[in-house]
Design a protein around this ligand. Structure first.
Ligand code: SF4
Length: 500
């Protein structure tokens, strides 16, 4: 792609994709975690990364960063906010080099401040390196304690820094082997990109929780969380980085290795339900197609007579379309969106009820008045936003509302990089389906059962993590690590006392 074309794209970007058009209460949402993007071998690497991050904006809106290597010297710019606000042209122009990595962040781990914005950059005994990852490392806290006890000083509270410390201490023969040695100690979810002066390394954890793609643009290689970010720069989709695969890209080309014990993948099913963009392909499937299949299944679960099918826009649109196609009930765009609400929109105080919802979304009275409506949502967290939307429809004259959720009941928090509220706040953890229906004031309610959801993916059912639905965590949880550490600390202490 020519420099003027890259420039033209940067100057003519449409607003970034938003999952939810409804400003819900802060903890009534599944927040996306992070997105990563890397480029190797392009003179305009920073600008390509900017475009890639722009396409991945839905995966993290709190901050972003780009680090590039210019003949071995790493330059970085990082900031809080959306990609377009962080990287004003003069700031982007300062990040020069032919290979680099970028990250958009939502703070699932570490507090939300500039120090925690990735990629993290450090100087160490072998030069400079930068690293960013998507996902959560479940034993990060115990590794961090261990490193601190041996004198390590941390500049952030992110778990990526734990990996960086271990890489810097490794005596492996090259950059990749140091990363691999470090990752052998790490448990949890990571789709990771890292650079030093002359290489780019991409790695996906052995369980493959988060997606990661390898792409190609002319002679340069691209690594991206999702294919939508390859599309924005016209990069070819080469293939997905496999669970447990580590890829090194250098002047010698590309090298792949699988240094971890093979295991059954546990990919995050929520990537299909909500997290990834519908125009992306992940885990070998089109997100849009899988969401439509969820909707089709949902239509069979608990059929109901209705006049129209509506979606809670935008993330639920494919599932609602699938529902409509399967049931034969017409799909209606019953909500009219206000496209001009700025990002700086100030949430009203609690006293002005429903104002936040109304400013972005309004039901088309002619479409809903007197109608029996099937309202499809992709998932339900606390239920407070759904309740507001349902009230709006009732006020607009809806005759009946049948709420259908294109995923099972979320009963647990995620430890692998999706920010779910504490499980005590999850409506399905606290209430039965009947009680939720009463809370939402709907005529009927149904969720998509786990077996139907798995069947709808068309993939191996045991290749998915389902922990937030069934409590079956594929790794020990952070609490279990903490308990284990406490026990060991206690034993060490007892030994000392006995020894004295
Ligand atoms: S617990 Fe839920 S959100 Fe987290 S990785 Fe597993 S399926 Fe995804």
């Amino acid at each position: 792609m020519k420099p003027e074309e890259i420039e033209h794209r940067i100057n003519h970007l449409p607003p970034p994709y938003q999952h939810r058009l409804v400003p819900g209460e802060a903890d009534d949402a599944i927040y996306d975690e992070c997105g990563v993007f890397g480029v190797y071998g392009h003179p305009e690497a920073a600008k390509l990364i900017y475009l890639g991050l722009y396409a991945l904006q839905h995966r993290g809106q709190e901050g972003g960063g780009i680090v590039c290597s210019d003949e071995g010297v790493l330059t970085a710019h990082r900031g809080m906010g959306h990609v377009a606000d962080v990287f004003k042209p003069h700031k982007l122009a300062r990040v020069r080099g032919t290979h680099g990595i970028g990250h958009v962040r939502y703070s699932t781990c570490g507090s939300s401040n500039l120090r925690n914005v990735q990629p993290l950059v450090v100087d160490y005994k072998r030069g400079s390196m930068a690293m960013a990852h998507n996902g959560n490392i479940v034993n990060a806290e115990s590794l961090r304690e261990e490193l601190e006890e041996s004198g390590a000083i941390f500049q952030s509270t992110t778990d990526s820094e734990v990996v960086i410390h271990q890489v810097s201490r490794s005596n492996g023969p090259n950059f990749t082997s140091c990363i691999v040695e470090s990752l052998h100690r790490v448990i949890g979810a990571y789709s990771m990109v890292a650079i030093n002066g002359d290489e780019l390394v991409a790695a996906r954890d052995p369980l493959g929780f988060r997606p990661l793609w390898l792409g190609r643009l002319d002679d340069c290689y691209i690594v991206s969380s999702e294919t939508c970010a390859l599309d924005i720069i016209d990069a070819e989709w080469v293939r997905e980085v496999e669970p447990g695969e580590v890829i090194t890209i250098s002047q010698d080309g590309i090298q792949s290795q699988k240094p971890f014990l093979p295991t059954i993948p546990k990919q995050c099913i929520f990537e299909f339900i909500y997290v990834s963009r519908p125009d992306s392909y992940i885990f070998g499937k089109s997100v849009d197609e899988v969401r439509k299949a969820f909707g089709r299944k949902l239509a069979k679960v608990d059929p109901v007579e209705a006049d129209i099918v509506m979606a809670v826009p935008d993330s639920s649109n494919p599932a609602a379309l699938g529902y409509a196609l399967e049931s034969g009930i017409p799909f209606e765009m019953g909500f009219i969106r206000n496209h001009y609400v700025g990002r700086t929109f100030i949430e009203p105080d609690q006293g002005i009820r429903d104002f936040g919802v109304k400013i972005k979304l309004n039901p088309a009275r002619s479409a809903v008045e007197g109608k029996r409506i099937v309202l499809v949502d992709d998932s339900i967290v606390r239920g407070t936003t759904a309740r507001k939307i349902i009230k709006m429809l009732l006020r607009a004259g809806a005759k009946e509302i049948h709420f259908r959720v294109a995923s099972p009941e979320v009963i647990n928090s995620c430890h692998y990089g999706i920010d779910t509220p504490n499980r005590g706040k999850l409506i399905a953890h606290n209430m039965s389906v009947k009680e939720i229906a009463a809370f939402l004031e709907v005529d009927s309610l149904a969720f998509l059962p786990i077996p139907d959801m798995l069947e709808a993916t068309g993939l191996e059912p045991d290749h998915f993590c389902l922990a937030c639905f069934n409590n079956d965590y594929p790794t020990p949880t952070p609490n279990q690590f903490e308990l284990h550490n406490q026990t060991h600390r206690h034993i060490d202490h007892s030994t000392e006392v006995l020894g004295n």
